[in-house]
Design a protein around this ligand. Structure first.
Ligand code: ATP
Length: 230
C-alpha cells in the first residue's frame, strides 16, 4: 500500500534512512530508543517533514511531494489537537470539513462516531470540560470520520493511566479492524507491542528497519533490540 523507497529524512542535523513497505490493513508498532527517529518517521509519512532524497509511493502513485492534507492518511497526535473553543461535535466534524459546513448526512456520521466512542451525550460540550480519556476518544472519533486507509499514531495515550490506555488501545484496534485501515503506532511500552501490532518497525542507529512479525522479532531480538528492551 505505502512504500518508502531509499528515503533519507532530515530533522536539523539528524538523519534517518528508511526503505520499507506497509501493507493495507496491517498494524505496525514503531519502537526504538529515545531520539532514534520514531516521530521523524511518522512526520515524514504524513508529509510534515519532506524527504531529502528517495520516494514515497501510495498504491503505486508518487506522493513524495504531496501536501499533508492530500495524503490518504490521518495522524493522531499525543495532545489530541482539539480546539478548545469548538464543541466536541464540531471538533469531530473538522475531520470531514475544515469549514464545518456539514451536510445532514455528514452530521449523522459525526453523531454515529460519537456514539461509537460513547460520547454522544457530550456532543455540545467544549473539550475542556472532559477528562483526558474522554478527550482522547473525541480525537479518535475524528480519526473515525475521516475513514482514511492509513492511521498514524504518535504515542497517543502516553499521558493516560495503564487501564485507560489499554482501553484506548483496544478501541483503536476495533476501529481499524472495522474500517480495514492500516495503523502505524509509535510506542515506548514493549507490552503494547504484542497487544496492538502484527509487525514491528525497529528504529535505531539512523535507520527505520523493515517491518518484522511481532513474534519473530520479540522472541528472537537482535542485539540492538535486546539492549533497548533491557
Ligand atoms: N524540529 C527539529 N529540529 C532539529 N532536530 C530535531 C527536530 N525534531 C527532532 N529533532 C532531532 O531528531 C532526532 C530524532 O527525534 P525524534 O523525535 O524523531 O525521535 P523519537 O525516536 O521519536 O524520540 P522520543 O522517543 O524521545 O520521542 C533527535 O535527535 C531530535 O533531537
Amino acid at each position: 500500500m505505502l512504500r518508502l523507497e531509499d528515503a533519507l529524512i532530515a530533522q536539523g542535523d539528524f538523519l534517518l534512512r528508511a526503505d520499507l513497505t506497509l501493507e493495507a490493513g496491517r498494524k505496525y508498532a514503531v519502537i526504538g530508543p529515545s531520539g532514534a527517529g520514531k516521530s521523524t518517521l511518522l512526520a515524514a509519512l504524513c508529509g510534515f517533514v519532506p524527504l531529502t532524497s528517495g520516494r514515497m509511493l501510495f498504491e503505486g502513485e508518487d506522493i513524495t511531494d504531496a501536501a499533508p492534507g492530500a495524503r490518504a492518511m490521518t495522524m493522531l497526535f499525543q495532545d489530541n489537537n482539539l480546539f478548545p473553543h469548538l464543541s466536541v461535535a464540531q471538533n469531530v466534524g473538522l475531520g470531514m470539513r475544515p469549514d464545518l459546513r456539514l451536510t445532514a448526512e455528514q452530521r449523522q456520521v459525526v453523531e454515529t462516531a460519537l456514539e461509537r466512542v460513547e460520547l454522544a451525550q457530550f456532543a455540545g460540550v467544549k473539550p475542556g470540560l472532559l477528562s483526558g480519556g474522554q478527550q482522547s476518544r473525541v480525537a479518535l472519533a475524528r480519526v473515525l470520520v475521516q475513514a482514511q486507509p492509513l492511521v498514524l499514531l504518535d504515542e497517543p495515550f502516553a499521558a493516560l493511566g495503564p487501564a485507560l490506555r489499554n482501553e484506548m488501545l483496544d478501541l483503536v484496534q476495533e476501529m481499524v479492524m472495522q474500517t480495514g485501515a492500516a495503523m502505524v503506532m509509535v510506542t515506548h511500552a514493549p507490552e503494547d507491542v504484542r497487544r496492538i501490532a502484527d509487525e514491528v518497525i525497529f528504529v535505531e542507529g539512523g535507520r527505520a528497519n523493515s517491518p518484522r512479525p511481532v513474534a519473530d522479532l520479540m522472541d528472537n531480538p537482535p542485539p540492538e533490540l535486546r539492549a533497548y528492551l533491557g
